[in-house]
Design a protein around this ligand. Structure first.
Ligand code: SAM
Length: 436
């Protein structure tokens, strides 16, 4: 798993949960059933995730559950099932009287749906739930799927407050090589409509280490990003988990990894952070910079990392309710027929122990670049500094972290490789298991 190896080999780097997904299982399903049918802790923030698994094309580096070449009928069947699922979810006891504090439309490509499909989905969902009071409604977009009408629909009918645009790179040669569906011209076309629609937060996604990336092109990417001046920029370091076109090529055809090594990818992110900071942005996590921290808060990210409830809808979605992790079934037919029978499509679950919940929060919050030790003492009655003394000593010695008073802070070097620092906090039995 997560490695600091020089080359970008096949395997997962990015850590988004604990215990590892590979440990979740069907046997724990009664736990999530019980949690969903019991009243919540009313103080726990509630979020909703909706997964739209369709894309125009599969990126060669993509490891998500996505489908291409689907017809309108198949999309309709999926949207019907999703609507049914929201209806079932809206009746669950775990909802309590809690409003949704944050909503996230993820994919795949949610913007793959037409304006008509989006408006009708919103209207149907509003028959069961409301997200009018949500402080953040995020919607992931692929630039080439947008139109002026669609952007307006997102803002006015879905109430999207945070539009996240998958730019990834500004070079058409790189976009094509990596199998992206869009070209840079479509970014600029979309940008006009997005700017006109006045979203509180527009985010640009970039990837450091796309196949064919060079220093010269990367510098150009950052210049162009700064010119567009989005509220936030997210930069992921290219990873090649199992199930990507590139990783299959490396494993099957025994070709050399076509992706830059980890040090180069970190140098690129470091350069980007420095340039963006010089342009007035602040670093808000290992992956994100924001233009105005007082204006942009990341409700989804921050609530989720602190253990909020997240009701997951859509195929293969991940959620968390009253202390239990769960994931929906990953097979399309299974997902659709289960909902057509009127049942929730729960696939696997896991109830973390209190110690595992501590680990989860420690590793997720560390992605912001620091830990507030007081917060942990208050919430878990445990001091992460004492709990993992040896690990911290090593990180401080290696120049990856500093400790001062009630705060552990990652240095820039630590922050840029944060995901590789996290397995050290895992329980021994989870340190060398496959992550997903
Ligand atoms: C779930 S994807 C959805 C993107 C959306 N479908 C689009 O086309 O713009 C969210 C983000 O994950 C990142 N991502 C996807 N595959 C990746 C990989 N192999 N390594 C690093 N980041 C990746 C990309 O930046 C992407 O924008």
């Amino acid at each position: 798993m997560a490695t600091d190896a020089k080359k970008t080999e096949v395997g997962s780097y990015f850590i988004s949960n604990y215990p590892p997904f590979s440990q979740w299982n069907r046997e724990a399903l009664p736990e999530i059933e019980a949690a969903l049918h019991a009243p919540p802790n009313v103080d726990t923030p509630l979020g909703l995730y909706l997964h739209i698994p369709f894309c125009r094309k599969r990126c060669k580096f993509c490891y998500f559950k996505v489908f291409t070449d689907v017809n309108a009928k198949e999309i309709q069947r999926y949207v019907d099932a999703l609507d049914r699922e929201i209806e079932l979810v809206s009746r669950l006891a775990v909802m309590g009287d809690r409003p949704f504090r944050f909503v996230y439309f993820g994919g795949g490509t949610p913007s793959f749906l037409s304006p008509k499909q989006l408006a009708s989905l919103a209207e149907r969902l509003r028959g069961h739930i409301t997200w009018d009071g949500a402080e953040e409604v995020t919607f992931e977009c692929e630039p080439g799927t947008l139109s002026e009408t669609k952007v307006k629909t997102l803002r006015n009918e879905l109430g999207v407050t945070r539009l996240s645009l998958g730019v990834e790179n500004f070079s058409d040669t790189l976009l094509e090589e990596n199998g992206r569906a869009h070209l840079s011209k479509q970014v600029y076309n979309a940008w006009e409509w997005i700017a006109a629609a006045d979203f509180p937060n527009v985010n640009i996604d970039l990837i450091s280490g796309m196949v064919g990336e060079t220093w010269e092109n990367w510098r150009d990417n950052i210049t162009k990003t700064i010119e567009l001046a989005p509220e936030s920029v997210t930069i992921y370091q290219m990873e090649l988990p199992f199930n990507t076109v590139y990783s299959k090529d490396i494993l099957g055809n025994k070709v050399e990894s076509p992706v830059a090594d980890w040090q180069t990818k970190r140098d690129w992110v470091d350069f980007a952070f420095n340039e963006l900071q010089a342009a007035g942005y602040s670093v808000s996590s290992a992956y994100t910079v924001v233009k105005d921290p007082s204006k942009v808060n990341f409700s989804y990210r921050d609530n989720l990392w602190k253990g909020a409830d997240l009701l997951a809808t859509g195929i293969a979605s991940f959620g968390h309710a009253s202390g239990v992790h769960y994931q929906n079934v990953a097979g399309m037919e299974d997902y659709l027929t289960t909902l057509e029978r009127g049942e929730l499509p729960l696939g696997r679950a896991y109830r973390p122990t209190p110690h595992q919940a501590l680990i989860r929060e420690t590793i997720l919050l560390l992605k912001r670049g620091y830990l507030d030790l007081n917060y942990f003492r208050g919430k878990f009655g445990v001091d992460p500094l004492v709990e993992w003394k040896g690990v911290w000593n090593e990180y401080v010695e290696d120049g990856l972290a500093t400790i001062e008073g009630d705060r552990v802070t990652l240095t820039r070097e630590g922050l840029l490789r944060v995901d590789s620092l996290l397995p050290a906090f895992f329980e021994p039995e989870h340190q060398n298991v496959r992550y997903t």
